[in-house]
Ligand binder design. Sequence first.
Ligand code: GTP
Ligand code: MG
Length: 195
Amino acid sequence: MKVTSAEFVKAAVDERGWPRDGIPHVAFVGRSNVGKSSLINSLVNRKGLVKTSSTPGKTREINFFKINGRLYFVDLPGFGFARAPGKVQVHWAPMIESYLSRCPDLKLVVFLLDIRHEPGEHDLMMRDWLGHYATPAVVVATKADKVSLGNRQKHVKAISDALGVEAEDVVQFSALTGEGKGMLWEVIASVSDNR
Ligand code: GTP
Ligand code: MG
């Protein structure tokens, strides 16, 4: 999809802040620091649309970006950030869970995992939530540039086995090189085109 416009619309901490204008939402979830904000910037070819940081826990609210006036990209705060202040941790689960379970415009969840690591406790919890709410999801292995081509399959298999998905359905992605961008856009476009 050719991105002609990408703009920050609003940040929300609860249901009252969700945009509800009938435009489909695509949400990005995953551990803190996994590369959610970088992936969004890469998809829309804007380096600074979403703030990224090497310090985990940068994104603390649900941020909505409108793409081409026909799609919302939803950047969710990362989970599993142990050093977040207690208050932030306590608010995280209900904020994300209510969005994932109750937002009627949510059409696709892009579930990000670092290609280098086996899914952890929080990743498995997220998988269970997505399964429970039957939200359509695509699994993305981020930071693919950090693993040599020869070792990719081994890493992808560890992720797909743990999540119970097919290895060939896992999109290998790098915000650095742009690898996987075309494939991910195909999945996302299938959601926004079917309106
Ligand atoms: P939170 O907002 O804290 O949940 O983090 P996030 O998931 O949005 O991660 P963010 O995009 O801020 O990236 C975290 C760090 O990983 C930054 O230092 C990025 O530069 C780096 N990073 C993200 N994607 C890639 C990638 O594809 N390759 C490499 N090598 N580094 C990446
Ligand atoms: Mg972020």
